[in-house]
Design a protein around this ligand. Structure first.
Ligand SMILES: [Zn+2]
Length: 427
């Protein structure tokens, strides 16, 4: 029957401060507790009511490596290293999973950040390896499981102009030249669109002035904005978000970030892709996140951590646009009985598939993809069958590493089954 192709794995929980509190029963906590009961680890299910459950990681990242259940302490990485091409597939050039699959339960906004492209990551890693730990890019994708809000990229010029005019205090921070630059770019391009390089220069100058001047001039300007907003009768969504951020991070330069950045709402099943050098911050909701296995974050605001303002402002893309919200593509697996939505980013490092079968229904999901996959059950449970008749029962919270080129068949249990897979983007 050959070597085993299914290995149960347990993920690693990260209790960052922005995570949903234990008392709200966040998905990260429920998944984690369900998997630790079935695998009889010793962790106590009780936690303080305000203990945050931010992220559940599945993969081989050294800051939260998954381990094999019943493998006498073997890690997922050690399993893969024992036979990389069997586990990861023929095209794998490494002995390591190139992606990291996560679940996030977001209560408070994450820091505004961008991730360098490969060339910049190599440069940053060479000059400052303590901060930029790998020479790799870090594209990432979020798929909403509940209503999800994120900030991503600079707003279209017309919105940027409207927002500046309704937040005139920003001129005191950036100065009249940077301010006029953006308003002038708007007047010049009305009816032409945002495709003028002068627009990018103007937005870059505005944002750079803002980030550079804020530490000295910003906080008083911020208090006049907040006083005005608090007194305002008809608050806009933007006003409310600014007030919300001001409460979460008093005095932080990122409080006014939604004036500049798009605010996007995704319904469950919708996704956003975050390419390199694009400012972004996840605001609220529960999501699946998949990314290239890298650590490189250039922070920009809504954080007490180090902000590398010079590197950030020089490296950002200043396109002004409304980002696309993805819906995935139905790939019709399971002979039409089930559903698999496939979310493919424009990079090779990873893709995400979400498969659903109703109770008692099942079918063939894959005739074998040339990539190792990490599978996590996020609703219900059922039976997985693989090449050669290998079979395991899985329930809510269970994680399984599926070796490359495994034929996969699934039968949903009584309540049906919904599971996520992360894998290399197999084209
Ligand atoms: Zn990010």
């Amino acid at each position: 029957m050959g070597p085993k192709r299914f290995h149960r794995v347990v993920g690693c929980v990260q209790k960052y401060k922005w995570g949903k509190p234990s008392s709200s029963e966040p998905l990260v906590k429920r998944l984690h507790l369900a998997s630790s009961t079935t695998t009889s680890t010793t962790e106590s299910p009780s936690s303080a009511p305000d203990e945050p459950f931010a992220e559940l990681w599945m993969g081989t990242h050294p800051n939260g490596p998954s381990s094999i259940v019943g493998g006498s302490g073997q890690t997922l990485l050690q399993l893969i290293e024992s036979d990389p091409s069997f586990h990861l597939g023929s095209v794998s050039s490494t002995t390591d999973i190139p992606y990291l699959l996560k679940v996030l339960s977001i209560h408070k906004v994450l820091s505004i950040q961008s991730h360098p492209d490969t060339a910049l990551a190599q440069k940053l890693h060479a000059s400052n390896p303590d901060v930029y730990k790998t020479p790799c890019h870090k594209p990432e994708m979020a798929v909403a499981l509940t209503p999800f809000t994120a900030m991503l990229g600079f707003r279209p010029l017309t919105e940027l102009r409207t927002n500046l005019l309704s937040y005139p205090e920003i001129m005191d921070v950036v100065g009249p030249d940077a301010w006029e630059g953006v308003l002038g770019a708007y007047d010049r391009t009305v009816g032409v669109g945002d495709f003028d390089t002068g627009v990018k220069e103007a937005v870059k100058s505005l944002f750079t002035s803002y980030m550079e001047m804020f530490p000295t001039l910003g906080p008083p300007a911020l208090s006049s904005v907040l006083t005005r907003l608090n007194d305002k009768v008809d608050k806009t969504d933007l006003d409310n978000l600014v007030l919300d951020f001001a409460e979460q991070f008093p005095g932080d330069c990122g409080v006014l970030s939604p004036v500049f950045l798009n605010v996007i709402s995704c319904s469950p099943g919708e996704s956003v892709y975050v390419g390199s050098n694009t400012p972004h911050a996840y605001v609220s909701g529960e999501i699946i996140e998949c990314m290239a296995r890298s650590d490189n974050v250039i922070r920009c605001g809504l954080t007490p951590k180090f902000k590398d303002v010079g590197v950030l402002c020089e490296s950002l893309k200043y396109d002004t646009y409304r980002p696309e919200v993805g819906k995935g593509e139905e790939v019709g697996e399971g002979g039409g009985k089930g559903s698999t939505r496939r979310y493919r980013p424009p990079v090779e490092d990873f893709e995400v598939r979400i498969t659903t079968f109703k109770g008692g229904e099942g079918g063939r999901v894959d005739s074998g993809v040339d990539s190792g996959a990490i599978l996590m059950v996020i609703e219900g449970g059922g039976t997985l069958r693989g090449t050669g008749g290998e079979e395991i029962e899985v329930g809510f919270g269970d994680g399984v590493f599926v070796s490359a080129n495994t034929e996969l068949e699934v039968v949903g249990g009584e309540e049906g089954i919904k599971f996520v897979r992360g894998m290399r983007n197999v084209g």
